[in-house]
Design a binder for this molecule. Structure first.
Ligand SMILES: NC(=O)c1ccc[n+]([C@@H]2O[C@H](COP(=O)([O-])OP(=O)(O)OC[C@H]3O[C@@H](n4cnc5c(N)ncnc54)[C@H](OP(=O)(O)O)[C@@H]3O)[C@@H](O)[C@H]2O)c1
Length: 325
């Protein structure tokens, strides 16, 4: 597959890069990856320092700092339960965050910007693996449709900016991410950190049986967040196209298999019960990543090793990890 990448120059390592959401799972990994790549002028603000829902404050910040590059990794993010319980917050907060940041970036004509969406933008019953072009071809998964609509609006806004202002902004759609710095909250975490927390507690407390939501049969793809961060930099260095780009490994595993890997990593030897009265969500979600691969990018972190690393980090940071304090 060949990709029309546009005539893009790799980013200048002296560029001022604003990483919105730099304390989050993705943003902190992007920060590390950019530092490793030699960027010396990185800017970040916590939500307490700069609430991105505050339009006036966002314009003031972007006007004062005038970044050369923006990575928009700030968002209200959560798993199936949080999305299902707080759809208003997921829609409203995400629309406000992204409209404010993108509008402010237009106001100073930020030359390069990467908007991060999510694979939940695709129709629930999209053919697998999911190609970028399947966007808006069917109904969304209802449990996270509010979040997905906000993210779709972000992709469209980036495309609109390209059309109206000619700025080479791009969007990336990552698959399920995991890794150091994840959110391990019992209420709002994604599936993999939730499994790590649950199995680790069971192993530590000698509990004989762990109960997980659903059947364990849905198939999911998991990408280590350091791979995701490398992909963000790769896209900014090499891609300039209107269409968003999927970011994933290109292979999937069942939730039951992932639970098995987590159980092995924490040393849990008991039974697993699957509570089939709880929803499974989308039956399968695997991204077609041929576009990203054609741009010369490959993932580096294998799933079992990535889970083992994340478990080791979680155990070291149990007192301070997000969702646990
Ligand atoms: N995690 C995944 O599996 C996954 C998968 C696909 C796509 N993504 C996408 O990747 C992006 C980042 O996700 P993530 O997993 O890194 O989420 P995360 O760990 O929850 O981090 C989100 C960050 O956004 C910031 N934020 C939230 N609300 C804010 C506000 N009102 N003002 C300023 N900052 C705010 C938070 O800042 P503070 O920490 O300072 O509060 C936080 O650091 C999102 O667009 C998400 O859709 C994630």
């Amino acid at each position: 597959m060949s990709v029309d990448a546009g005539a893009v120059q790799p980013l200048d390592r002296d560029a001022t890069v604003y990483i919105a959401g730099h304390r989050g799972l993705v943003g902190s990994a992007v920060w590390r990856a950019f530092e490793r790549a030699g960027f010396g002028n990185l800017i970040g603000r916590s939500s307490a320092e700069l609430d991105l829902r505050d339009r006036g404050a966002v314009f003031e910040f972007v006007g004062a700092t005038r970044p050369d590059v923006v990575v928009l990794a700030a968002a209200r993010v959560g798993g199936i339960q949080a999305n299902n319980t707080y759809p208003v917050d997921f829609l409203s907060d995400n629309l406000q965050i992204q409209v404010n940041v993108l509008d402010a970036a237009v106001s100073v004509r930020v030359p390069r910007l990467l908007f991060l969406g999510s694979s939940c933008i695709y129709p629930k019953h999209a053919p697998q693996p999911i190609k970028e072009e399947y966007l808006l071809t069917g109904h969304l998964e209802p449990t996270n449709d509010a979040y997905a609509i906000a993210k779709i609006a972000g992709i469209l806004q980036v495309q609109a900016v390209r059309r109206q202002y000619g700025l080479p902004w791009i969007s990336a759609m990552p698959t399920n991410l995991y890794g150091v710095g994840d959110n391990f909250s019992a209420q709002s975490s994604h599936v993999l950190p939730a499994l790590i927390r649950r199995y680790n507690e069971a192993a530590r407390d000698g509990i004989a049986e762990v109960t997980n939501w659903g059947s364990g049969r849905p198939l999911r793809e998991f990408l280590h967040v350091d791979d995701m961060a490398r992909a963000c930099l790769h896209l900014l260095d090499h891609y300039d196209g209107a269409e968003h780009v999927n970011v994933g490994t290109g292979s999937d595993v069942s939730i039951a298999e992932v639970a098995g890997l987590v159980a092995d990593a924490v040393g849990f030897t008991g039974r697993t019960h699957w509570d089939t009265t709880k929803p499974d969500g989308t039956p399968r979600k695997l991204l077609d990543v041929s576009k990203l691969r054609a741009l010369g990018w490959e993932p580096q972190v294998e799933l079992a090793a990535g889970i083992a690393d994340t478990v080791a980090w979680y155990r070291e940071h149990e007192e301070t990890a997000r969702g646990l304090v």
